[in-house]
Design a protein around this ligand. Structure first.
Ligand code: ZN
Length: 168
């Protein structure tokens, strides 16, 4: 069953997530539900637990080669800073230009309990940084310059009003 995705204004998006101690049944079910939620969001590639209101350090993503889940991820190496255009399921309709690293190395645990390190570049690297940010309560509007943040928030508000009118 797809879960409700929290959007900007929900305080849970600003909280820091806590480490997952063990992959028990509760975590398994959460991962499954998050996977379904991501699948139900066309064109989207990643979803962090805090975005569905659960403060656990994990996220799911699918960059085209199947659904994956990373638990307790930690970015341990970065290189090649560049500017990226980025959106977020929690800020529907908003895109901002922000600095990201073109290459990252992430240490994490898989749902089967294996400790692994992933090296990613380009879009995949951008995605991993985006999801790791969520686990710290950081959103894309925190990473762009103040002018762009103002513009993005105004745009977001306009879109929110339009959505409300559409459902009224
Ligand atoms: Zn996001």
């Amino acid at each position: 069953m797809a879960l409700e995705i929290k959007t900007l204004g929900d305080p849970v998006l600003r909280e820091e997530c806590r480490d997952v101690e063990a992959v028990d049944r509760e975590i398994d079910e959460l991962i499954e539900a998050m996977g379904e939620t991501l699948k139900a969001s066309p064109g989207r590639v990643g979803l962090a637990a805090s975005q569905v209101g659960v403060l656990k350090r994990l996220f799911v993503f699918d960059t085209g080669s199947g659904l994956r889940c990373l638990i307790n991820p930690e970015i341990v190496e970065t290189a090649d800073e560049t500017m990226c255009e980025e959106g977020c399921l929690s800020l529907p309709g908003v895109y901002v230009s922000i600095p990201r690293f073109g290459r990252v190395k992430v240490r994490c645990m898989t749902p089967s309990g294996h400790r692994i390190a992933i090296e990613a570049e380009g879009f995949a690297a951008q995605l991993l940084q985006h999801e790791c940010d969520h686990l710290e309560g950081v959103l894309i509007i925190d990473r762009c310059d103040p002018e762009e943040k103002k513009r993005a928030l105004e745009e977001y508000q306009q879109l929110a009003i339009q959505r409300e009118q559409a459902t009224a």
